[in-house]
Design a protein around this ligand. Structure first.
Ligand code: APR
Length: 256
């Protein structure tokens, strides 16, 4: 196939699509300098055992380590900028207002690139809440050195209402996804005729079931990822590309 044929085919599907879902994973933020979870060479979790950090049990056992790791991630995201792919995706959503962005990411890079109504399946780094009473705790103090020294041990702040400890506003392993977000994601996947999965390993459910839900209803499913994943055998088109490169080329083709 010619180098630009997959993009040309995707552009055709994009133009004729009535309802569209873009499902993003950690790979969507990689070009902003945010390490992904599972990429061996620089995976965020290559330094830690995920079970040691991203569970309620881990927080109960060592809240300073867990909170320190999330503060590092908050500071890293705050220091990062959306990349060209984020801006291109926002432009695609302007071209096709029926496009819904559903993300597994807990950063706010889609929003900082102007994306609207982003559905966060795994919560947000910036929606911390009390571990005991659940009240939001938004003004988290980020120590200046937090972005430079991972696995900082930091005691979490206390809740102003009940004095419980504040936890990150993300979905931990073993926890339910926010029901409104999941129901909207399921509905979008069921109703769309094109789903583009960008930068996800397709390993974590139920998010990883969305491409299959869309395909089962007859939608075209496309994967944008430099490498093969468990999704690769379920898609109609794979673009072995980074998110930034593929999304910018798609905008160029659509505007040609
Ligand atoms: N562009 C596109 N894809 C990329 C890029 C890039 N520049 N860089 C890496 N990737 C791909 C990798 O090849 C990998 O397949 O992004 C994927 C990232 O996979 P993961 O690190 O597993 O991230 P994700 O799929 O989002 O994980 C899902 O698991 O740990 C939980 O809650 C966490 O939301 C996360 C969920």
């Amino acid at each position: 196939m010619q180098a630009n044929e997959p993009i040309a085919e995707l552009a055709q599907w994009f133009q004729s699509a009535r309802g569209m879902v873009v499902l993003t994973g950690a790979g969507m933020s990689a070009e902003s300098g945010i390490p992904t979870f599972r990429d061996a060479q620089n995976g965020l979790w290559s330094q830690f055992d995920p079970e040691d950090l991203a569970t309620a049990q881990a927080f109960r056992q060592d809240k300073a380590l867990v909170w320190g790791w999330y503060v590092w991630r908050m500071a890293m995201v705050r220091a990062a900028q959306p990349h060209a792919g984020h801006w291109a995706l926002t432009e695609l959503a302007t071209i096709k207002p029926s496009l819904s962005i559903i993300t597994q990411n807990v950063d706010d890079l889609h929003e900082r690139a102007g994306a609207k109504d982003v559905v966060h399946l795994h919560g947000s780094l910036f929606a911390s809440r009390c571990f005991a009473c659940g009240r939001l705790h938004e003004d988290v103090h980020l120590p200046p050195e937090a972005a430079l020294k991972p696995s900082l041990r930091l005691m979490p702040p206390r809740c102003a209402h009940c004095d419980g400890y504040v936890r990150p506003g993300v979905v931990w392993f073993g926890e339910l996804l926010p029901q409104l977000a999941w129901r909207k994601a399921e509905r979008c996947a069921t109703e769309c005729d094109l789903l583009i999965a960008i930068g996800t390993s397709g390993l974590v459910f139920p998010a990883a079931s969305l491409p299959g839900i869309a395909r089962h209803r007859g939608a075209k499913v496309v994967e944008i990822n430099p490498i093969r994943t468990p999704l690769s055998d379920q898609v109609d088109l794979s673009l072995r590309s980074t998110a930034g490169e593929a999304l910018c080329r798609l905008v160029t083709v659509l505007k040609a």
